[in-house]
Design a protein around this ligand. Structure first.
Ligand code: NAP
Ligand code: ZN
Ligand code: ZN
Length: 346
């Protein structure tokens, strides 16, 4: 067993504190990754505070990990010591169901082993995430980080990047499309970069008019404040990608879609979102959800970000500032992703 140091929440209301635990010994198919950086996703906060229900403790959050391979198992031929790699939101799945065989492991019909707040395939052994100094993962669930991406700016791609890339690709968003991105946070800023790189005309819908210059720098054509009258947006967009982390009015956003437009929901508020029937049925609009992305598509996204120069914009912090970072995240006070520097563990 491998002694590991991390930061854990012990209850929904307690701050994260230093925590020691063990990881499994290296198996033949495993690689051991020395984690150098881990992004802070709003899902970490939702789960640490048990906002979705069913959280298990102690919880070591973190599913945007980048690091260096330090050990390879005897049959883990895909990687070598020294490779720069990433680990995202899941570390295993059944590998046999329709979803797994289609390369959509995040939708595994049997059991997804989430990187934390979950269990291994035995459905008993708890998983611990990336706010820690190393992790042992089967090589099939490990990503390659292209050399063009720095580790701290690559880390958020493992969740914020793939969560926005996957629906944009699935619904073939691109040239000639008008895309609205709702909420300019970790996911939102990647949605702007990726939507623009795919050729769409991007409009940011944000509560904060102050983010206008930032939105344009990131690749948006415009920003519209959601605190004002949205009637001018009626039937304007082909797609809406909603990344908002809290309950918010949906109907004006649905009405901003053209006939046959698609609403792509990725934000996961802790309470149900109210949706009127009329905005959907009157213009045959579609309301769809999307969950991160599979291993193959995550690798494709990383390579796309390297080729199109779309790394995340990050604020690097030492691990002892994680609780302060959660408070700032709640106030949308981050440009645009906190990333923990694991060297601060020493
Ligand atoms: P984040 O950085 O906190 O960004 C969320 C943004 O939502 C904020 O920047 C803010 O944008 C807006 N917002 C926050 N509170 C709001 C409110 N009360 N009303 C209206 N807008 C509000 O969070 P994130 O890490 O991007 O995650 C966003 C959501 O996606 C979370 O719920 C997370 O759990 C979920 N998520 C889902 C998936 C998936 O697979 N589907 C994957 C990762 C994360 P403005 O200030 O610009 O308005
Ligand atoms: Zn996430
Ligand atoms: Zn499966």
């Amino acid at each position: 067993m491998l002694e590991t140091r991390g930061y854990a929440a012990h209850s929904p209301t307690s701050p994260l504190v230093p925590f020691s635990f063990t990881r499994r010994a290296l198996g033949p198919q495993d690689v051991r990754v020395q984690i150098t950086h881990c992004g802070i996703c709003h899902s970490d906060l939702h789960q640490a505070r048990d906002e979705w229900g069913g959280s298990t403790y102690p919880m070591v959050p973190g599913h945007e990990m980048v690091g260096t391979v330090s050990h390879v198992g005897s049959a883990a031929a895909a990687f070598q010591v020294g490779d720069r790699v990433g680990v995202g939101c899941f570390v295993d799945s059944c590998r046999e169901c329709r979803a797994c065989t289609a390369g959509e492991e995040q939708y595994c019909e049997s059991h997804v082993s989430w990187s934390y707040n979950g269990t291994e395939q035995d459905q008993k052994t708890p998983t611990y995430g990336g706010y820690s100094n190393h992790i042992v993962v089967d090589q099939r669930y490990v990503l390659r980080i292209p050399a063009a991406l720095t580790p701290e700016r690559a880390a958020p791609l493992l969740c914020a990047g793939i969560t926005t890339y996957s629906p944009l690709r699935h619904w073939k968003v691109g040239k000639g499309h008008r895309l609205a991105v709702v909420g300019l946070g970790g996911l939102g800023h990647m949605a702007v970069k990726l939507g623009a790189a795919l050729g769409a005309e991007v409009t940011v819908l944000s509560r904060s008019e102050r983010k206008r210059q930032e939105a344009i720098r990131l690749g948006a054509a415009d920003l519209v404040s959601t605190t004002g009258d949205l009637s001018k947006l009626v039937q304007r967009f082909d797609f809406v990608l909603d990344t908002v982390s809290a309950p918010h009015p949906m109907d004006p956003l649905l009405e901003s879609l053209k006939r046959d437009g698609t609403f792509m929901l990725v934000g996961a508020p802790d309470k149900p979102l109210a949706v009127g029937a009329m905005p959907l049925i009157m213009r045959r609009r579609r309301l769809a959800g999307s969950l991160i992305g599979g291993i193959r598509e995550t690798q494709e996204m990383l390579d796309f970000c390297a080729a199109h120069n779309t790394p995340a914009d990050v604020e690097v912090i030492p691990i002892d500032q994680v609780n302060a970072a959660y408070e700032r995240l709640l106030k949308s006070d981050v440009r645009y992703r906190f990333v923990i520097d694991m060297a601060s563990f020493t």
